[in-house]
Ligand binder design. Sequence first.
Ligand code: AMP
Length: 554
Amino acid sequence: MTSFEEFTEVCNKVEGISSSLEMTTVIAGFLIKVDDEELEIVTRFIMGNVFPVWSAMELGIGPSLLYTAISRASSRPVSQIQGFVKETGDVGLAAEKAMLSGKTHLNFFSEGQLSVGDVYSRFKKIASLTGKRSQDSKIKNLQYLFGVAKPCESVYIARLSIEEMRIGVGEGIVRNAISEAFGVPVGLVERGFMLTNDFGEVARTAKKEGEQGLLKLGVEVGRPLKMMLAQITTGINEAICEMGSAAVEWKFDGARVQIHKKGDKVTVYSRRLEDVTASLPDVVKFIKTHVHAENAILDGEAVALGKDKRPLAFQEILRRFRRKHDVSATAKEIPLHIYLFDILYLDGESLIDRSLTERRKKLDKVCDSEILAIQTVTGDIPEIEDIYQKALGAGHEGVMLKNPQSLYMPGKRGKNWLKIKPVMETLDLVVIGGEWGEGRRANYIGSYLLACRDPGSDRFLAIGRVATGITDEQLADLTGIFSDLVISERGKNLDFEPKIVFEVAFEEIQKSQNYESGYALRFPRLVNVRLDKSAQDSDSIERVEQLFTEQKGR
Ligand code: AMP
């Protein structure tokens, strides 16, 4: 049994180290010592994951639930816990501070008895609680954990609750630590991770079966593997210069899916490798009707089609993916089509080490053309231009150029898959509000509410929030600048005088009821703080409308 205190000590030690080599050695030393049954758990915990990333289990603990649990365990008001978070900038330190002198109700365990396994079991229980009344039970279970933990342990219970460890351990360090701990090549650990998506399983395999075991880890129907990703390219000419000739496909405007077929059982995974089968019965039906293989893993894009057969906005697809109730009604309202473009496994054979050309031949053989992405292998630039224009004309995003000789590299973004799509312009938007951050950003304004100008009324109309693209240095500078512009403050929300303009890039403009402008930005990111511009120089609602209609020829 590994005590949670020992885990806490290792985390504290790692937090104080700046060299990744040293961190790796400390973690490797710990992994060697950990009991077999707790090795998987510890390996995930150290990265801030309670469950394998692809597992359907979710803790469902937000800041307010966490603060309530700490408040109850320490007999302090929630407002004081929030104060500690603001003061320390970290939920872990805030929990420790609260528990140090707070009164605990529970003390069932004697000192040092809380094990890693105990914490995991309690988290598993919390994840299993769903439904309307689950919040209170979740709080009780979490309160219990804080109640029995020592104050130093509560740091990591709090951080694990929101799955943010803040000890600087990323995938690279865990990969190297597993390699060092069990004497197996780093490349094999990395490969294992791409195939299983879970360092816990990789660590267990490395310990129990060594190199041979890792080599045996392969593609398995029912266990999602990381998806191969695409790199953006500057243009068709450059891409063809590099590739010679390319397998050209439309870049469909939809959502990525990985589909596992095992006899009659079809499982659909989202891009984040979450099991979304229950929400997508129509995709399952397509596969059952049009895929003529017993066992297969397929890669493709699900697209929501409107009445005119053009793709609907991305948020419509998201509605389908997130839907848990009344699935069939939503499926009727937003029908999906599926376009498959790759096959990774077929009837007992892994295909990821075969070339795209070979994989595509197999795909063509087992699937009806209705559900296949059309592929044209060519090096002819005008021909590719033509495919590109047709894709845009049909409302899709652009084209993908793939190297026909390339292998399927799970989780890799490389030049074997290149995406070509029109570059979206940026918008200059006025900042009208903000929100205090959480965790590491607790003392800073972490996100900003943006607005465009309404020339008719001289007002500013909200269009979305931006939190991405802000560097740590900017975070501090901007907090300073905006502190002087605060008009009012309600809880974590702030209203600012509309003075500062942000230049913001985004993937797409969407219609939205959530903001006054009637639009929202998908994936907004800060490009520049335009101190050279005044609020009156910001973009108008007309320009937003114009960009909305122009995008993808809508
Ligand atoms: P991006 O999300 O811009 O990085 O582009 C990569 C994504 O494009 C993939 O993850 C897929 O979801 C999507 N996609 C659409 N059509 C294709 C295609 N023919 N081949 C590969 N990916 C595609």
